[in-house]
Design a binder for this molecule. Structure first.
Ligand SMILES: [Zn+2]
Length: 430
């Protein structure tokens, strides 16, 4: 699609490298608000103070079309999962999320804020003349097939519109349960449990801990190992398409809510059900009932610890006996950024590996991520403790006595091996 707005740059004071003139025009279209009109073009010359910009050498950087294309390409090149265009009082920050953490890669002068977002809106097929409402859309594929989906969300703020582009990559390694990085014992238990003909398996961890990637890999694994099974997912939103699985988009604000969809689906008797997240008491109750009546139910629950997830179900009003008889296991997981192999260095005083930062890792000191996970299996002692309505501390003590390895211990192992840092472990444990 051709950009409706183009910018003509004239570096009029190249000698001083101080001012750049940006001229806007578009054939036969009304001018944007506040711009003067000069027939046959709507036209306005802006003077841009280069001192306010980081990029003082190349005035072409202010060609918004090229600028946006360049940012999108750079984000893809370094494997960013999303790009944030954040307007502030006097500039626009461009941040890439690399391995789960936002890094500022560019600061644009405020003059370009709206133009950058307008360009994104054009690419995403959004209403360019509406700046006062949230809008969501999709950008066309990047051409070489590495990014399977690019989603755009635009949101009005007090400093103008904020835009976020989420990039979805086709990563074969993340599709395979065996390749996610679970330790052998956890993986073997998980594989055995997902062949069950009933029960609930829960995944916990904060946002960005890879729960939905694990769920998708589990579903793919089930389609491969037991091809004849009927598998349905209820998701908000559907993030990745999985072959052989019926995926349903939930609209929490509309009529297709988790409880409504779940109740209706159970009458169709699917063998495996995946619910994106258990957020409310009603969903929790129906989910547990589904697990008790011959469906394998997979879902996520917001909790910091696996025993916390079980207590959360109780708080939501699920009866203790229903929790103990339905839940098969809880997997608690985190993603830790791996130290960049090209620039990590050992602190001579402490002997610990530290992040430095180089070209390869975009100056972050980290590259790629490692999974750490703990798995809590529903065992007789745990069952008794829950039926006795034990509190979080009692459960924790009991699990420690039984030799359960908490996720922090797993993380420490990675720190000792120089795969990640203590700072990174603290970040995801917080
Ligand atoms: Zn590096």
């Amino acid at each position: 699609m051709e950009a409706p707005w183009a910018i003509n740059n004239h570096n009029t004071h190249r000698a001083k490298l101080r001012f750049v003139r940006v001229r806007w025009w578009r054939d036969g279209a009304p001018p944007p608000k506040g711009y003067a009109t000069r027939s046959p073009y709507t036209c306005k010359e802006l003077t841009l103070d280069m001192e306010t910009s980081k990029d003082k050498k190349d005035s072409d950087a202010f060609d918004v079309v090229r600028l946006v294309d360049d940012l999108l390409a750079r984000a893809t090149d370094c494997g960013a999962s999303d790009i944030h265009f954040e307007p502030t009082a006097d500039e626009m920050q461009i941040r890439f999320r690399l391995d789960g953490v936002l890094n500022t890669v560019e600061t644009l002068p405020s003059l370009l804020r709206e133009n950058v977002v307008s360009r994104l809106k054009v690419l995403g097929g959004l209403l360019t003349y509406r700046n006062d409402i949230p809008q969501e859309g999709r950008l066309a594929s990047n051409g070489d097939g590495t990014v399977v989906d690019r989603r755009l969300a635009v949101f009005p703020t007090i400093h103008g519109q904020r835009a976020v582009v989420r990039l979805f990559y086709d990563d074969p390694a993340l599709a395979d349960l065996n390749e996610l990085g679970f330790r052998d014992k956890v993986l073997a238990n998980l594989k055995q449990l997902i062949e069950s003909n009933g029960g609930v398996i829960l995944l916990t961890g904060p946002a960005g801990s890879g729960k939905s990637t694990t769920l998708a890999a589990i579903l793919r694994h089930i389609t491969r190992v037991t091809p004849g099974k009927s598998i349905v997912t209820l998701e908000d939103p559907v993030e990745r398409h999985i072959r052989g699985v019926t995926q349903v988009q939930i609209t929490p604000q509309g009529t297709m809510t988790f409880p409504t969809a779940l109740r209706s689906l159970l009458r169709q008797d699917p063998e495996v059900l995946m619910i994106g997240e258990i957020r409310d008491a009603e969903t929790a109750r129906i989910a547990v009932e589904a697990g008790l009546t011959g469906h394998l139910l997979l879902s996520t629950l917001h909790s910091g610890t696996p025993s916390g997830a079980l207590l959360r179900l109780l708080e939501m009003g699920v009866e203790p006996y229903q929790v103990t008889s339905s839940v098969l296991a809880v997997v608690n997981q985190r993603l830790l950024r791996k130290l960049c192999e090209h620039c990590r260095r050992k602190d001579s005083a402490t002997g610990q590996w530290q992040a430095a930062g180089c070209e390869k890792c975009f100056g972050t000191g980290y590259h790629g991520r490692a999974l750490v996970a703990e798995m809590l299996l529903m065992q007789p002692s745990l069952r008794e403790a829950i039926l006795a309505k034990s509190d979080a501390n009692t459960l924790k003590r009991m699990l420690e006595e039984q030799g359960h390895t908490p996720i922090a211990v797993e993380g420490c192992r990675l720190v000792e091996q120089g795969i990640t840092t203590q700072a990174e472990l603290d970040r995801v444990s917080a």
